[in-house]
Design a binder for this molecule. Structure first.
Ligand code: RP5
Length: 165
């Protein structure tokens, strides 16, 4: 039987994919049932509302939302659902994503969006954060996350200087 989707990954454009694929790759790595879709806030507002409204009934535990520029997507999703929204600022052409970051992070009090770093690291970390949330009720997933952290530690401990020597 197909596993129910646990995490939704949405983005404002397919031009965001190169950033947001970093989130998808982490979810794949941890075996989290997920979906990835384009849901543009300003070009597909009705679909945005429908996606947000269906998130809780569908059982989504988190929505990872990436957008660039005047990035309304995470905030508007959060306005329409109490499913946690993890916002990823995508680097924009003119302001390198500072505009995206400010648009996402400065939510007025009462409707939170958890905001991550601009770009690839933010997308990967949003997915790792979703994994950590799911691991609260899943000891096997927590063991996977602990092992992931341990591999990072060991890789850093094995680093030599100058790099490559
Ligand atoms: C936003 O505008 C998207 O999230 C994307 O980052 C940016 C540019 O979109 P495209 O013009 O590449 O479709 O809606």
């Amino acid at each position: 039987m197909k596993q129910a989707i646990q995490v939704g990954v949405v983005m404002g454009s397919n031009s965001d994919w190169e950033t947001m694929r970093n989130a998808v790759e982490i979810l794949q790595q941890f075996g989290i049932a997920h979906e990835a879709r384009v849901v543009s806030a300003h070009r597909m507002p009705d679909e945005l509302f429908a996606y947000a409204e269906s998130a809780a009934p569908r059982g989504l535990a988190a929505i990872i939302a990436g957008a660039g520029g005047a990035a309304h997507l995470p905030g508007m999703l959060a306005a329409k659902t109490t499913v946690p929204v993890l916002g990823v600022p995508v680097a924009s052409r003119h302001l390198q994503g500072v505009d995206s970051l400010y648009s996402i992070v400065q939510m007025p009090k009462g409707v939170p969006v958890a905001t991550f770093a601009i770009g690839n690291a933010g997308a990967a970390n949003a997915a790792l954060f979703a994994v950590a949330m799911l691991a609260v009720g899943d000891p096997a997933l927590r063991a996977q996350l602990d092992a992931f952290r341990l591999r990072q530690t060991e890789a850093a401990q094995a680093m030599t200087l100058p790099p490559g020597d």
